[in-house]
Design a protein around this ligand. Structure first.
Ligand code: AGP
Length: 606
């Protein structure tokens, strides 16, 4: 997944392109590039690494021109290198691309037979040379349509043409793309976040759409090459501050603002005065719901696993959970009485969007729980529940996870009330318990602040790490392992504690760090006996509990006692020491906290 930008203006564009690329770096940061038209020639500049490197390059030799495209890359085809960085240009055409061309090898062979030479290992260069080839015998629109028809796969494209030096062309199939309208200039961008600093007026392209942008006009064409009008949306003014402030990185800021995330989310959904949850106009009457299907990827999927326990416990509705990349290719028996819920921070994750699209094609009711309300997933679902966490910049998701779990829990309570599965008293108790959560999160953050950096040192020489939990702590163990993997590059596994003796116990050896999540709940005793099995084999246990019991902590390496809370709220507090552990192990290893290697914040390719 990459980020693309394009600007057609009557003034120099490189500065704005660089600023927008910096905003798009959460989509990819292994290389960057820009192309402009200067004196009728395509002027291309690209480099490996961050946009800062490209900016330095432009300081030395500026890219003039009032027409330009730019790109930040997350490599799919071809290693991160200068030659594989985008744009990919011929003398006539320059292309930036986000997506994957699945038939690029075949198309490459055909073009090589025609004598074309490829400079890069990318799938994208095929588009450049196809356009170059078609332009020999076709006019612009024909060359574009013939090229797009030849491509299999997903793409969001920004294209410059040497001969047509006042237009930027955009095209979308599968990957998100938006147009922005400015005073005497117009823009093309992967999402509203990249365009927001230049305009609040945008239009999202749909699959099959092509747009031709000049500095004072934008024309749209659909997949049948018919000219169409598109809706212009006005973006909301950001009430969130996206600066790091005094924090060293965005991730620590996002971890330490989770009590505010919880407070904002609760304020948006709960009417404390009337002790009620403001959730109405469900796409399907809660009483009629036959089954709930929860779908997501990565951390979002872990919030789905956690919610399965809450929905089953509170609503008495059967729940299925699914990883989106598996759901979308399985033979699914759709049912119009089911509610399909999609969880996604970015709202642009290709697999989750693909699963949603499949549900829409099968005419079932969909609900999305997102952080980016202008995202493709939000715009395509019947019912949207924002998590109100504000922009999350760190690639490793933290506050969005808390927000996702919170909205799912609030939804479960509301549905259980509307289905009369819980009494009014229980309903109001749960609402008042939620009110205490932001402060409990704050005290857990304060409690862990000094202890976790010490514990983190113990992980530096570890060969691997296990995270174990039962019930609601099992998905939190999964999340703890994911955070440690994606931030510190240590191999880690989250496992149901009861499953250890069926194999993974073989991994336990002298000194292996094993994080045990054991809040005082119906699984407590069982989890503690699993802990003893690990200690007996030399495992170095880090126990995280909210139970004050000296005996259980006897043979453990470290014991963390976090604040006590209602059993069903323990995931919110159990998560925090695990986020901080991953953060501090990664800091001690000098890993890039906000932009871990090989990852990106929004995965817009399969
Ligand atoms: C989490 O830290 C990761 N960045 C990743 O697993 C993420 O949760 C996943 O890609 C889903 O992203 P989404 O919530 O934006 O759909």
């Amino acid at each position: 997944m990459c980020g693309i930008i394009g600007i057609a203006s009557n003034k120099l564009v490189s500065t704005n392109i660089i600023q927008s690329l910096k905003k798009l770096e959460y989509r990819g940061y292994d290389s960057a590039g820009i192309a402009t038209i200067v004196n009728g020639e395509i002027n291309e500049k690209k480099c490996t690494g961050r946009v800062d490197n490209l900016e330095k390059m432009l300081f030395k030799s500026p890219s003039n021109g009032s027409l330009g495209i730019g790109h930040v890359r997350w490599a799919t085809h071809g290693i991160p290198s200068q030659v594989n960085a985008h744009p990919h240009s011929s003398e006539e055409v320059s292309v930036v691309h986000n997506g994957i061309i699945e038939n690029s090898n075949e198309l490459k062979k055909n073009l090589e037979k025609k004598g074309y030479k490829f400079k890069s290992q990318t799938d994208t260069e095929v588009i450049t040379l196809l356009l170059t080839d078609f332009l020999k015998n076709c006019d612009l629109v024909d060359a574009i349509n013939k090229t797009l028809k030849t491509l299999n796969g997903s793409f969001a494209l920004g294209i410059l043409f040497r001969k047509y030096n006042n237009i930027v062309v955009g095209a979308r199939r599968g990957s998100p793309l938006a147009v922005g309208y400015g005073p005497e200039e117009n823009y093309l961008g992967s999402d509203s976040y990249a365009l927001k600093s230049m305009t609040k007026k945008i239009t999202y392209l749909d699959d099959g759409d092509v747009c031709i942008i000049t500095n004072n006009k934008v024309d749209f064409y659909n997949s049948k090459n018919k000219k169409i009008n598109k809706k212009i949306l006005i973006l909301s003014n950001d009430k969130y501050n996206v600066e790091k402030g005094d924090y060293k990185d965005f991730m620590s800021k996002e971890i330490y603002e989770q009590n505010i995330t919880a407070k904002t989310c609760i304020k948006e959904y709960i009417d404390q005065l009337r002790k009620d949850i403001n959730l109405y106009n469900f796409p399907i009457q809660p009483i009629e719901i036959k089954k709930i299907v929860l779908i997501g990827c990565g951390t979002a999927y872990h919030s789905c696993v956690t919610a399965k326990y809450w929905f089953e416990e509170l609503t008495n509705i059967p729940v299925e959970i699914d990883i989106a990349s598996e759901f979308r290719y399985r033979k699914i028996k759709f049912d119009k009485k089911n509610l399909y819920i999609f969880v996604s921070q970015s709202g642009e994750t290709a697999d989750t969007f693909g699963a949603l699209d499949l549900c829409k094609k099968n005419k079932v009711k969909t609900c999305s729980i997102v952080n980016v309300v202008e995202s493709s997933i939000a715009r395509s679902s019947d019912f949207v529940l924002p998590i109100h966490a504000g922009p999350e910049i760190g690639v490793a998701s933290t506050k969005a996870f808390i927000g996702q779990m919170l909205v799912l829990y609030i939804l479960a309570i509301k549905i259980s009330d509307l289905r009369k599965e819980i009494s009014r008293l229980e309903y109001e108790k749960k609402i008042s318990d939620l009110k205490k959560l932001p402060d409990l999160i704050k005290s857990t953050l304060d409690y862990c602040q000094n202890s976790i950096p010490i514990i983190a040192k113990d992980f530096l020489k570890a060969k691997g790490v296990m995270f174990l939990g039962r019930g609601l702590s099992f998905p939190i163990a999964l999340e703890g392992a994911l955070k440690l993997k994606e931030l510190s590059y240590l191999h880690a596994e989250g496992y149901p504690a009861g499953e250890m003796k069926h194999g993974p116990l073989a991994l336990i050896e002298e000194g292996l760090p094993v994080v045990i999540l054991s809040p005082k709940d119906k699984y407590f005793e069982k989890t503690i006996s699993n802990m003893q099995e690990v200690i007996a084999r030399g495992g170095k246990v880090i126990l995280i509990t909210n139970e004050n019991n000296k005996i259980i902590s006897e043979n453990v390496r470290f014991s963390l006692k976090i604040p006590k809370t209602d059993e069903q709220l323990s995931p919110f507090l159990m998560t925090i020491p695990l986020q901080l552990l991953a953060y501090h192990v990664a800091s001690l290893k000098n890993c890039d906290i906000d932009k871990p290697r090989n990852l990106a914040k929004s995965v817009t390719v399969e």
